[in-house]
Design a protein around this ligand. Structure first.
Ligand SMILES: CSC[C@H]1O[C@H](OP(=O)(O)O)[C@H](O)[C@@H]1O
Length: 336
């Protein structure tokens, strides 16, 4: 059984506090949407699919404890709280996609006169709970499809060497992962020679989270500095790069963790196939190109400190060159 970022059973929700990993493995209770918003905003829970699932489950936990006489009251509460949850982080689209779907669903339940307020509440909670199993099923399909695509591009029986960035595994989803799900499928097929993964400064999703998962699953892997990527592709015969996505625009432009763009450019230079592994819930058809994707900027302390220890000299942060911005960049989808 791979690691579980999310524990949900009969209306009770706990999440693994990923800010404490790998030093401490601690689950924290989520009692409602306020808790859900906080753990997403603080990145105690992160990863595009996991953000949507935890956000929506926090709503299910909250409304399961309430009684609604009027269907319209339930609909209004659901709409307000889903829009609140979207504001926790801007770039990953999964929470917005889930909110749009659930608002449409609660409106259809409200308009169905054959359904009581209690039935409406029960069906709505069930729809959120179904997101967990759907994500796991999607991840397994992505993993199998991605592994097959990579193996089709190499010689029969050849062992492959994969490079990935950030964390896209069980700690970023309901279970199994997206890009790391592809790695898991290659390993299960006995075709993975090694998975190289970047530390992914400044939050260190790779060094702290992907390392934790690959060691847990006993998958052959090597942690590399972010700055090693070009040298690695020049010297290590990388078979393919596989990364996740926070938001994919309708033309294929992809927003992902900072560092993805430079890996894509280096992969193109070294003619290494580059794959984005993402569920349909990460694709935003309302956005034409990457230019329209909101880029998340986070507090500079997330870069200047590690575990509250300053690692960057204090400077005049008003000067442009000294500004520490933790930004996502999108990669132009290299067609053909
Ligand atoms: C399947 S996770 C997709 C995406 O989420 C991660 O971002 P964060 O750790 O900031 O939530 C990373 O960009 C992954 O590629």
């Amino acid at each position: 059984m791979t690691l579980q970022a999310i524990r949900y059973e009969n209306g009770t929700l706990e999440v693994l506090d990923q800010l404490l990993l790998p030093k401490e493995s601690k689950y924290i209770p989520i009692l409602g949407v306020e808790d859900g918003w906080k753990v997403i905003n603080k990145m105690q829970v992160r990863g595009a699919p996991a953000i949507a699932i935890v956000g929506c489950l926090s709503l299910a936990v909250e409304i399961s404890k309430e009684e609604f006489e009027k269907k319209k009251a339930l609909r209004r509460e659901v709409e307000g709280k889903l829009n609140y949850l979207i504001s926790a982080r801007p770039t990953a689209v999964n929470m917005k996609q889930a909110a749009d779907h659930l608002i449409s669903y609660i409106n259809s339940l409200d308009n169905d006169e054959s359904i009581s307020a209690q039935e409406m509440q029960a069906r709505f909670v069930a729809a959120i709970e179904a997101m967990l199993e759907k994500d796991i099923s999607d991840n397994r399909s992505i993993g199998e499809f991605g592994a097959k695509a990579i193996l089709n591009s190499v010689m029969d029986g050849e062992q492959v060497r994969i490079l990935t960035h950030c964390n896209t595994g069980s700690l970023a989803t309901a279970y199994f992962g997206t890009a790391l799900g592809v790695v898991r499928c290659l390993h299960s097929a006995s075709r993975l020679e090694n998975c190289y993964f970047t530390e992914t400064r400044p939050y260190n999703q790779g060094a702290r989270l992907t390392a934790y998962e690959l060691i847990h699953d006993k998958i052959p892997s090597t942690l590399v500095c972010d700055s090693t990527v070009a040298y690695l592709m020049k010297t290590a015969q990388i078979s393919a790069v596989v990364v996740g996505a926070d938001r994919v625009a309708s033309n294929g432009d992809t927003a992902n963790k900072i560092g993805t763009y430079q890996i894509a450019v280096v992969a193109k230079h070294h003619e290494v196939p580059f794959y984005v592994a993402a569920p349909l819930t990460s694709i935003d058809f309302s956005v034409n190109t990457g230019d329209n994707i909101v880029i998340e900027e986070r507090p500079q302390i997330e870069m200047t400190h590690i575990n509250n220890l300053r690692i960057a000299s204090p400077g005049n942060t008003n000067c442009k060159h000294s500004m520490y911005l933790y930004k996502y960049y999108f990669i132009q989808w290299h067609k053909g």
